[in-house]
Design a protein around this ligand. Structure first.
Ligand code: RTP
Ligand code: MG
Length: 159
């Protein structure tokens, strides 16, 4: 019971190349992550090859935006985080706001995409959309990180 019984969840968050290119945007997003009580479990800067990008977004191959998405995501540095928090997956997606920037500005003006997004593709951030995606995406970005092992270390927090 008490505070330790709260259930932590892991999610994968990415600051996309459009936001990393702007130093103040990157700094501001990092601050927002801390202010919203996420624990930063891992953080790294990386650049994708076109192949990495195609592999990560394979589920979208065939969609009209696939080519520009793949090119954009391999166009420059990005930052990936493993974040822990109660309800982390849902909370980070709430913070990002809707995918489409126009919709984000209309329905969630305080969201990250509303404030910093440029277009429906260059929309500043990514976040896992389910526990299954989080597992897959954490493995994709951090192949050395073992979710099970990390959770066992903080057994009290995860039950
Ligand atoms: P994400 O997967 O990045 O968290 O975003 P999401 O679920 O909100 O959006 P999804 O439909 O899965 O699309 C993945 C990413 O593709 C780009 N996109 N461009 N109309 C367009 O130009 C368009 N639509 C989607 C975005 O970068 C989106 O985050
Ligand atoms: Mg998605």
């Amino acid at each position: 019971a008490g505070r330790l019984s709260k259930v932590l969840q892991l999610t994968l968050a990415v600051i996309k190349p459009d936001a990393v290119a702007h130093p103040m945007m990157l700094e501001s997003l990092h601050q927002r992550i801390l202010e919203d009580n996420f624990l930063i479990v891992r953080c790294k800067d990386l650049i994708w090859s076109q192949q990495d990008s195609e592999r990560f977004y394979a589920e979208h191959s065939g969609r009209f935006f696939y080519q520009r998405l793949v090119e954009f995501m391999s166009s420059g540095p990005m930052r990936a985080y493993i974040l822990a928090r109660e309800d982390a997956i849902h909370h980070w997606r709430e913070m990002m706001g809707p995918t489409k920037v126009f919709r984000a500005r209309y329905t969630s003006p305080a969201s990250i995409r509303a404030q910093f997004g440029l277009t429906d593709t260059r929309n500043t951030t990514h976040g896992s959309d389910s526990a299954e995606s989080a597992q897959r995406e954490i493995n994709f970005f951090f192949p050395d990180f073992c979710v099970e092992e990390w959770m066992e270390k903080d057994e009290l927090l995860f039950r």
